[in-house]
Ligand binder design. Structure first.
Ligand code: XIL
Length: 376
């Protein structure tokens, strides 16, 4: 299905304004090509493009569903595969919503990124009281077997572990102090990868992590910890195939995004044979000016800066945003603006119309170097 935004004259003039800094000819080009879907532009460069999705968004908005289908060839369930979405009682699993999500994606030829098996967050309330050093490893591997086994053969990839690094935990190895680390020991990460490989041998197994993209002390510490841990695991033959760079970008961090140290880090991952995915891309606008045109321009510039640097690396195989349109974004609750204005972190506005960020992403994709197409 092709996405065809309706463009009337008032809308046209409004959007010209929103494209602020660009020259007149480029305005025309941008508007003429507004119908180009990001998945098509990405596919022309051997890249996947998609977004997270919760089924309720499609129920609430037919326009959003249409937008999603027109833009995405890969998707991540925002909620449906997290442990607390699957199991409200010990050992009892309800796959109804996750199955619906997978069926919807398969019907529409959209690849699914399983998200996520081992995380310190989104655990059902019953897990903590049951988790001890004796029960920990079996609880974790039992969950992986159940969930990865349930979807075996249907998913493109699994985020096997999520956000397992935290320099704030002050450990020499950089690992986050989580219940899994406490009860299972440092080998829980490799155990998780081996179990997932056994349960679903065809899925691409990914370590998904936040703040790797930020070139400050925190980000540098995360990168160093990841590379050291990766070296150990790869030497031990742990089946880890990819790294997810979350990229929840911040409007006030433009200066520490997309620099040479970030590109060098991507190079280090590539040298270790990792496929790289941008997995949760959005831009927090709470520190940016209230004026919508200025704000949209600033958000778009951050998308550009980050994606230009990311796409220079051929090991980067796909881009997944954490939502498509501003009507459904976790940023509204997670990082709201102090002035109470609606947040605008995504490529399309609350009416599913393309914003400056969409044009910036499209332009970055058009200019991206061609890479080898990912397997289907
Ligand atoms: C977020 C969802 O978007 C929210 O709706 C939910 O309330 C909390 O989780 N890192 C991740 C994602 O890996 O799973 C998180 O998703 C955002 C941060």
């Amino acid at each position: 299905m092709e996405y065809k935004p309706k463009i009337d004259r008032r809308d046209f003039i409004k959007r010209l304004g929103a494209l602020g800094a660009m020259g007149w000819t480029r305005h025309r080009t941008a508007l003429e090509t507004a119908t180009a879907s990001l998945k098509q532009l990405a596919a022309e460069k051997g890249l996947l493009f998609g977004s997270c999705l919760a089924l309720k968004y499609c129920v609430q908005s037919a326009a959003y569903q249409q937008l999603f289908l027109s833009q995405c060839d890969i998707a991540t369930p925002e909620l449906h595969m997290k442990w607390n979405s699957l199991s409200s009682q010990p050992g009892v699993y309800d796959f109804e919503n996750a199955d619906k999500f997978v069926a919807f994606c398969i019907t529409n030829r959209i690849k699914v990124r399983g998200h996520t098996l081992v995380w310190h967050d989104a655990l059902p309330a019953w897990v903590a009281p049951q988790l001890t050093a004796e029960t920990g490893p079996a609880m974790m591997t039992g969950h992986i077997r159940k969930v990865a086994g349930h979807f075996a053969g249907k998913l493109y990839s699994w985020d096997v572990v999520n956000e397992v690094l935290d320099p704030g935990s002050h450990r020499p190895d950089g690992l986050r102090d989580t219940p899994w680390l406490q009860k299972c020991g440092t080998s829980y990460i490799e155990l998780a990868f081996r179990e997932t490989a056994a349960a679903d041998p065809n899925a691409l197994l990914v370590w998904n992590e936040n703040y790797l993209e930020v070139s400050n002390g925190f980000g540098h510490a995360k990168r160093a910890a990841m590379l050291a841990l990766l070296d150990g695991m790869l030497a031990r033959g742990v089946p880890i195939h990819g790294i997810g760079i979350e990229a929840h970008l911040r409007g006030d961090q433009a200066a520490v995004l997309g620099d040479e140290s970030y590109e060098a880090f991507l190079g280090e991952l590539a040298r270790r044979g990792m496929k790289i995915f941008i997995t949760e891309l959005d831009v927090q606008d709470l520190t940016l000016p209230a004026d919508v045109e200025t704000r949209d321009r600033a958000v778009a510039d951050i998308y550009s800066r980050f994606l230009v640097a990311s796409l220079r690396q051929p090991a980067v195989k796909g881009i997944v945003t954490w939502g498509l349109a501003d009507c459904f974004t976790w940023i509204a609750g997670y990082r709201p603006r102090q002035d109470g204005l609606p947040v605008r972190p995504l490529p399309f506005d609350a009416n599913c119309q393309p914003k400056a960020a969409y044009f910036a992403i499209a332009q970055t994709l058009r200019a991206a170097p061609l890479r080898q197409q990912e397997r289907s």
